[in-house]
Write a protein of this length. Structure first.
Length: 267
């Protein structure tokens, strides 16, 4: 049976580059897996080290994660799902992974059927929200005024300092004074992604703590975690182990509710 996967690239690349980044992985998955690489709409600067090897244009899902920008990115992707779907799963890297998680959280909050039966998240930062009603209010962290907080402004200590903290802000354009920046976190949000998720996390990834915290926003019974010794990348070494987890998540999604499997590993 065909398994259709929507592929969401990271910031500063494009659909063709993402196809190259995932080539080894896709070759190891069963032949009945089909992949749809959707290019983001917004132009941006290339990611570090990309321009020397791949031509543009370079794209991103949002240049700054305001609630309005997140809502627009959701709409863009969900319209594509309506046109080109249905899809069984989604595979996202970096910003694309965060956006996939954000869409799934949005559907859970709305009580709607999720657009994907499972999600594979490589190097995922914590997802931003499309609304001021959820998440941590990050306006002050982004340098924007926040006289009346929309929600909690308490950023977990391990995210406020160290290599992960500045990365969450420095990756984006300067803040807008009239904008809202809200980031999901399990410490303030009760919503959980209930479809099976695969989390692939690099030991030297600057977003590692974000990726670990994202697991807390997912149903632990169907969250499969694999850590590798690399950085912010889709690892080629150990691709077979990643594929095993992807196939496991797809099988669990097809079978329905299951008990805790405890599938956690390292490469």
């Amino acid at each position: 049976m065909v398994v259709r996967i929507l592929c969401l690239h990271g910031m500063g690349v494009n659909a063709a580059i993402y196809a190259s980044q995932t080539a080894t992985l896709r070759l190891m998955l069963p032949s009945d897996y089909e992949f749809d690489f959707l290019p983001a709409a917004e132009a941006c600067e290339p990611a570090a080290g990309v321009a020397a090897f791949f031509p543009g244009p370079y794209r991103c899902w949002y240049s700054t994660p305001t609630t309005a920008a997140i809502d627009a990115a959701h709409t863009f992707i969900l319209k594509h799902v309506q046109r080109a779907g249905p899809f069984d799963g989604v595979i996202g890297f970096s910003q694309g992974a965060a956006l996939a998680a954000s869409i799934l959280l949005r559907q859970e909050l709305a009580g709607e059927r999720p657009p994907f039966k499972f999600a594979v998240l490589f190097g995922a930062p914590l997802p931003f929200t499309h609304t001021t009603q959820h998440g941590i209010d990050l306006r002050r962290a982004f340098g924007a005024s926040a006289t009346v907080p929309t929600t909690s402004t308490s950023i977990p200590t391990h995210l406020a300092a160290g290599p992960d903290g500045p990365a969450a802000v420095d990756a984006f354009e300067p803040a807008r004074a009239d904008a809202f920046y809200q980031m999901y976190h399990a410490s303030v949000d009760e919503v959980r992604i209930r479809v099976p998720t695969v989390h692939v996390i690099g030991a030297r990834d600057q977003w590692r703590r974000h990726s670990l915290d994202l697991i807390g926003l997912c149903a632990k019974e169907v969250a499969f975690v694999l850590e590798h010794d690399g950085g912010h990348e889709i690892p080629r070494r150990g691709a077979e182990d990643v594929c095993d987890l992807i196939e496991t998540a797809a099988a669990v999604a097809s079978a329905g509710p299951v008990v805790d499997t405890g599938l956690v590993g390292k490469l």
